[in-house]
Design a protein around this ligand. Sequence first.
Ligand code: ADP
Length: 437
Amino acid sequence: MRAAAIGFELGLLLAGAVAATLLQLAGLPLPGVLLLVVSLYLLRQLYFLWRLARFIQRQHRLAPPFPSGLWGEIYRALGRYQQRARKGRKRQLRFQRRFREAANSVPDALVVLSKSQEIEWANPAAAALLGVRWPVHEGRSLTTICAQPGLAEYLEGGDYTRPLEVAAEQNQSIMLSIRVAPFGERKRQRLVVGRDITKIFHLNMIRRDFVANASHELRTPLTVIAGFVENLLCSALTPEPHRRPLQLMENQTNRMRSIIEDLLTLSRLEMDDTASNLAAVNLPQEIEHVVADARTLSDGNHEILVDADADLMLIGNPSELRSAVSNLVFNAIKHTSTGSQVRVVWHDEPGGPVLRVSDDGPGIAPEHIPRITERFYRIDKARSRASGGTGLGLAIVKHVLNRHDAELCIASDPGRGTCFTCRFAVASRLWREDRRS
Ligand code: ADP
């Protein structure tokens, strides 16, 4: 509050007092004179109060000229406040417009769902990819507008770690990857992002088909070659100097056969994201069989310890799970030296069943761990080949686990050993019926 404004008000009151004294000297009665002066002062306050109320009611701008005194101060302060609010609103509108323009130019479909999962806003790409037109479909449920198979379950499921890949409803030749990001208060609103992945999808399909077809085509000639080599090796007519090269040829054809079989297994696993032919798998028994084979492979050079909960079974695809277990256990034998200890643990944990295969071998350096599950990624190529490895074992394990909603964790201490942990979902846990009886 400025001193000048208070001074003006005091001056007004002083002028009133002087006028009252003069009027009294002129012979007018004092109460009447005082009433007149106070009324005039109050009338002035009332007028400016009424003017302010009218300004606010009509949402008018408070602009100069402002009255003098305290009212002038109030008018000026409110005028400044109005100006600031106006600027803020303009800035917000500009930002909103720019955000809309940016969102509208995104090639991905963007749909904002309200807390009650109704369409609140969508960009133009959403019309082309998901059939959602804004503002026409505002307030409608997304799943009634685009009835893509699996979308309703995906939205309700609440697990958005993996995208949903589906064909666009209005154009089946378009492949969409749908992602959901919860946001807002208590993350109850959803941003649905639909991306056109047709090109990547087709490229992937071409690659997958090529690998599967090439492997398949190679299998028959290889079987013929392997058959002839075997016959020649078994024949008494084969000259002795030819036996060594024939033996090498047999080893190499066997190696090629293993690679082709693993490539075909991977192609089959890639066909679908989820495992099919689910059954109750007696994993302790599978572990027992794999460990028996591993003992043969080790030829007594390793100490293999098994600690498996005999009552804990698993819902999954039996042959896929067998393949994952054998790849992990055989790796622990192949990639560790004589005298190493291999431990296989199968038990239940609060987060779900866990299979752990650990060894006290050479371990894996940290820089290799993120890439170790890639196809043909080997730390020591020559060593892996010599041990009969195809470089595809861990890729198969990872695919099998992905298809079973399980995850693979690799922990290694170079020089001290490696531990592969497979964590399965609680839903895939199954106890033997006679366990609790
Ligand atoms: P491979 O057929 O060569 O075993 P994998 O995909 O199964 O192919 O494994 C990839 C690489 O990971 C192996 O070549 C090896 O270098 C490393 N590896 C796998 N398991 C172990 C282990 N238990 N200890 C040390 N290295 C391992």
